[in-house]
Design a protein around this ligand. Structure first.
Ligand code: ATP
Ligand code: PRP
Ligand code: NIO
Length: 494
């Protein structure tokens, strides 16, 4: 486990209703009933065409540390119902105190591009345990996937430029800041200003200086020169405290002195005003003075739309500092991931073979909210150019090895795609826990970050466009589609 913020047990990080339902299962004798739940989302964030799966490392940390402590149990014992009597009986609290998670968990590795309705995490095990995991899993996957997706969008816009995450001061609390720094790096940032995230997660840290540094001196030039004296090997000067272009001239004077000492003026930073105009003018001044390899950093409420516009305006910025709008996912503050029961084993069943499962689904007046039953896996078909389509199938009604497949478009059942048995594919869900034991080797954060870029390269450019992106094909395997349709009809009939 790499996320040391979660070293202590957070076993009560769940909604009360998970614990009351757990009590209900225990009391009615169904706690051990084997069930399968899927975690998925219904709509991409930010009106985009893709989402980046993120948060699995923290899920692993959470589950590995799952154990209700004596204090947790004491707290649960103190809870009362509306008659003032204890909510839970002692024997149940004993059961919880000795509870060890024994679930099988499959998940799509972090850094993978994912699409609506695909299970990102699949949990199979005693229903009481699966139920308790609903809230923490959603909490851990929703936010990190959201921020990683935001960062990936920024990366698409900045292309080869440097992208710095500056959000800690505006993040949603300590955990919001830490988690966002991790996910932002995975999504495509090059570094963070968050020193604790650097220490705990091994993310590169970068930074410039604030206006207060300049304001604490009698004049800007003295401030710049003192900074260059103290940290000659890390000089990025913030030039906009009084007058940006005058600031660039002072930075150049400081740069000459640095050159004489064998150092260089690494960059200047613009933090207000018209960033296109100022960067173009600053570039001219720097180039005329021979500082052609001094970079221009920009910050100030940036997001992917503003950066895109600045690039189109010919801004001479090559380092982008993005804070608030990245770490708070400003334009869409939550990913709407959900966790739904998809299968329940018959009482009589003793082993998991075909026919022993009751498939479960939730109906809704809103078609988008109808869940999909089955023990699901996601098969991603590809060719040399990239990803072709994702097909969700039920492991009990479709062979896991190579076979011809028919995928049905969920928006138009008459649209079908056939994939031959020799079509290259990858099954996205991989084993993470077996009977509660970790069987997955997590990749390091840098490898996960690289995975995001190779995954994005597999997508058609239309899917990555921000305005009305092309819909990447995701469908149900024919047998699963038929089972789902039958089940809907059965449930609607009565
Ligand atoms: N050329 C530009 N095109 C599009 N957006 C820009 C451009 N230059 C700056 N912006 C963005 O416009 C927003 C507001 O900048 P504006 O210059 O109006 O105020 P400001 O510089 O932030 O003032 P303050 O001194 O309060 O920081 C910021 O989000 C900034 O990133
Ligand atoms: O704008 P963001 O994307 O959140 O990036 C981080 C901002 O934080 C700093 O500003 P500061 O805290 O001094 O506030 P100010 O720029 O609003 O004055 C920095 O100068 C950036 O402007
Ligand atoms: O290092 C910087 O320039 C920085 C860090 C945090 C927020 N804004 C800017």
């Amino acid at each position: 486990m790499t996320n040391k913020l979660y070293d202590t047990s957070l076993s009560l990080l769940t909604d009360l209703y998970q614990v009351t339902m757990a009590y209900g299962y225990w009391k009615s004798g169904t706690a051990e009933k084997e069930s399968v739940f899927n975690l998925y989302f219904r709509k991409h964030p930010f009106g985009g065409g893709f989402t980046i799966a993120c948060g699995l490392t923290n899920v692993i940390g959470y589950i590995e540390n799952f154990k209700l402590s004596k204090k947790d149990i004491r707290y649960l014992r103190s809870l009362t119902g509306n008659d003032g009597q204890p909510l839970f009986e002692e024997a149940f609290l004993d059961y919880l105190a000795n509870l060890k998670l024994t679930c099988d968990i499959e998940a799509i590795p972090e850094g993978t591009v994912v699409f609506p309705n695909e299970p990102l995490v699949r949990v199979r095990g005693p229903i009481l345990q699966c139920q308790l995991l609903e809230t923490p899993l959603l909490n851990l996957i929703n936010f990190e996937s959201l921020i990683a997706t935001k960062a990936a969008r920024l990366r698409l816009v900045v292309e080869k430029d440097t992208l710095l995450e500056f959000g800690l001061r505006r993040a949603q609390g300590v955990d919001g800041g830490m988690t966002a720094s991790r996910a932002a790096y995975i999504g495509g940032c090059d570094a963070t200003s968050n020193v604790l995230a650097g220490k705990l997660y091994g993310i590169p840290v970068r930074g410039t200086h604030a206006h207060s540094w300049v304001m604490s001196f009698d004049n800007e030039l003295e401030a710049f020169q003192t900074y260059a004296d103290v940290l000659p090997n890390n000089v990025t000067l913030l030039v906009d405290t009084y007058d940006s272009l005058e600031g660039v001239r002072n930075a150049i004077k400081t740069g000459y002195q640095l050159k004489e000492r064998g150092y260089k003026l690494a960059a200047i930073r613009l933090d207000s005003g018209d960033l296109a105009y100022l960067s173009i003018e600053a570039r001219k001044l720097l180039d005329e003075a021979g500082f052609t390899d001094t970079s221009i950093v920009a910050s100030n409420d940036l997001d992917e739309t503003i950066i895109n516009s600045l690039k189109q305006q010919g801004a001479k910025i090559t380092i982008w500092g993005v804070g608030t709008k990245l770490v708070t996912a400003f334009d869409q503050p939550a990913l709407g991931g959900v966790y739904k029961l998809a299968a329940l084993k018959h009482d009589s069943a003793v082993s998991a073979t075909l026919g022993e499962w009751d498939y479960k689904m939730k109906l809704s007046e809103q078609a988008i909210k109808i869940s999909t039953p089955g023990i699901q896996q996601v098969r991603r078909f590809r060719n040399e150019q990239g990803f072709l389509a994702d097909m969700i199938y039920n492991e009990n009604s479709f062979a896991s090895e190579k076979q011809q497949a028919t995928m049905i478009d969920p928006l138009d059942f008459t649209k079908r795609r056939k994939f031959d048995a020799d079509q290259p594919y990858e099954d996205l869900l991989v084993p993470v826990f077996r009977s509660g034991k970790l069987v997955y080797e997590s990749q390091d954060i840098h490898a996960i970050r690289e995975r995001v870029q190779t995954q994005l390269a597999g997508l058609h450019p239309g899917v990555k466009r921000f305005v009305n992106p092309h819909l990447y094909p995701v469908g149900l395997e024919k047998n699963l589609h038929e089972m789902k349709t039958e089940l809907i009809l059965k449930l609607r009939e009565g």
